[in-house]
Design a protein around this ligand. Structure first.
Ligand code: ADP
Length: 468
């Protein structure tokens, strides 16, 4: 459940509970006070009637004389006097032809009672007062008042409290939802902005702060922006460092290589050491080239051409080059060869294939075989480089495309004639990272299937021209 919903539900529930408690209290107090008022007026009336009545005795019969009851007509109070035996003695004229007891159940007891009764569909409050004549129960006086006005008032109050309360709670829920949405909107903005920054992989973006009041959310955004700034500075510094180092190293390396060439031509220096210098310099040169390429790829500063590339021709070129590099110690063959055209950067794609082929040549022992292949499947071209080398352990497979990652055993590899242009020194673990990146920028991917002791097959999937 979102914070917005939770806030609204809590707010509404608390308000509803308060409104209900308030309504119940008001209703109870009003009902009680109205009942008390009516009871009091009934008691007063009964007292007046009894005060004005007389008891006279004719021989042995006691006669209760009641005053003229019509005086109560205007007050809306009904009066009846019953004999203890059950006969109606008299009643107020506002009762008309009505001859039943106002409260039949009360005509047996000896104490004064007040009860709510419904007689002939009329809701009444009836006070029954026993009349004692010379210490004995002589009859009953019943005084009643209609409760219809009270019921009406109570009904109206219920409607007002219930309806008003429901409307108030509904309005409060809507306003609460609106207010909490408004209060939480900046957090949504922060989340969206943070997601956009992550998705675009762009740390230079900031969450705008201008339109926000200086509150908790603004402080959160401020802190988040500061973190981003720091991160950006660190990343830029790291990338720049990598790019700078690669760039700076390039010049002296080129110079060394130039000088070695010169020395070689002068016939003055020891050939073996010169070879070593040259090989080392070339290795460093390659490493720096790879580093620079990766650094540029990461900063997005490496232009990628978008032109039609015939993969079959490209594969043949790489095949020729591989045969030269293999120096007859490893057999290089072509397996399946379809025709395929993709859109991309010819040089980069060639570099990708060369990286895979040079790895295959490097790891395949003399007498082994490296096979290149090209097939088309649905809308994809699949370039394969298979070898009969040592294979890669399954637990290492997920890591081989990481930068500087080398399978531990491969560190001990020995110089072989089929060293795939790696000069017997082994790479720095960048070849596959570069290959992976090139495949990715072409909208493709690299898969690898390998079995220890039997060899590996690297497959590069690229979308055919017209499908990108
Ligand atoms: P390197 O330049 O060290 O070869 P890569 O990124 O090209 O770096 O390869 C990473 C690691 O993957 C290598 O060190 C090697 O252990 C393993 N690897 C790559 N290709 C093969 C292959 N054809 N046969 C066996 N292992 C391979």
């Amino acid at each position: 459940m979102s914070i917005r919903t939770r806030l609204t539900v809590w707010y509404t529930a608390v308000l509803a509970a308060l409104v209900i408690a308030f309504g119940v209290a008001v209703y109870a107090i009003l009902s009680l006070s109205l009942s008390r008022q009516i009871d009091q007026s009934l008691v007063d009336t009964a007292a007046k009637v009894l005060e004005a009545s007389r008891v006279s005795r004719v021989q042995d019969v006691r006669i209760v004389t009641i005053p003229e009851l019509d005086v109560f007509r205007a007050s809306g109070v009904y009066v009846q006097v019953w004999q203890a035996g059950g006969a109606l003695v008299t009643q107020s004229s506002n009762l008309g032809s009505f001859r039943d007891p106002l409260d039949a159940h009360a005509l047996t007891g000896e104490t004064q009672v007040t009860r709510d009764v419904t007689v002939g569909g009329v809701h009444l409050r009836v006070l029954t007062v026993p009349i004692s004549v010379e210490g004995r129960l002589g009859g009953y006086l019943q005084v009643a008042a209609s409760l219809s006005r009270v019921d009406q008032a109570k009904g109206l109050l219920l409607v007002i409290l219930g309806g008003g309360g429901a409307v108030a709670v509904g309005l409060a829920a809507m306003i609460g939802a609106f207010l909490s949405a408004r209060a939480l909107r900046p957090i949504d903005t922060v989340t969206d902005a943070a997601l956009r920054i992550t998705r675009a992989d762009d740390l230079s973006r900031r969450i705008p702060l201008e339109d926000l009041p200086n509150d908790e959310v603004a402080r959160l955004i401020g802190a988040f922006n500061e973190t981003l700034e720091r991160l950006e500075r660190m990343f830029t510094a790291q990338r720049r460092f990598l790019a700078d180092v690669s760039h700076e190293l390039r010049t002296p390396l080129t110079a060394i290589r130039g000088n070695v060439d010169l020395l070689r031509r002068m016939h003055g220096a020891d050939r073996a050491s010169l070879d070593a210098i040259q090989s080392e310099a070339e290795r460093m040169s390659r490493l720096v080239g790879d580093l620079l390429l990766l650094a540029q790829a990461e900063t997005g500063h490496l232009p990628i051409a978008r032109e039609p590339v015939e993969l079959d021709t490209l594969m043949l070129e790489v095949f020729q080059q591989a045969r030269v590099l293999a120096k007859d110690s490893v057999e290089v063959t072509i397996g399946e060869e379809d025709q395929a055209c993709v859109v991309g950067d010819r040089d980069r794609l060639k570099q990708l294939l060369l990286n895979l082929v040079s790895n295959a040549l490097h790891f395949t022992p003399p007498g082994g075989r490296v096979t290149l292949g090209l097939t088309c499947k649905h809308e994809w071209a699949r370039l394969t480089v298979s070898d009969t080398g040592p294979g890669i352990p399954a637990e290492e497979l997920p890591h081989i495309f990481e930068r500087f990652y080398r399978v531990s055993k491969s560190r001990e590899r020995t110089t072989s004639a089929s060293d795939g242009g790696k000069d017997g020194q082994g790479g720095a673990g960048l070849g596959l990272s570069i290959a992976h990146w090139i495949a990715k920028v072409h909208g493709g991917r690299i898969e690898v299937a390998s079995e220890v002791g039997r060899g590996s097959t690297f497959s590069v999937w690229l979308p055919l021209a017209g499908n990108r």
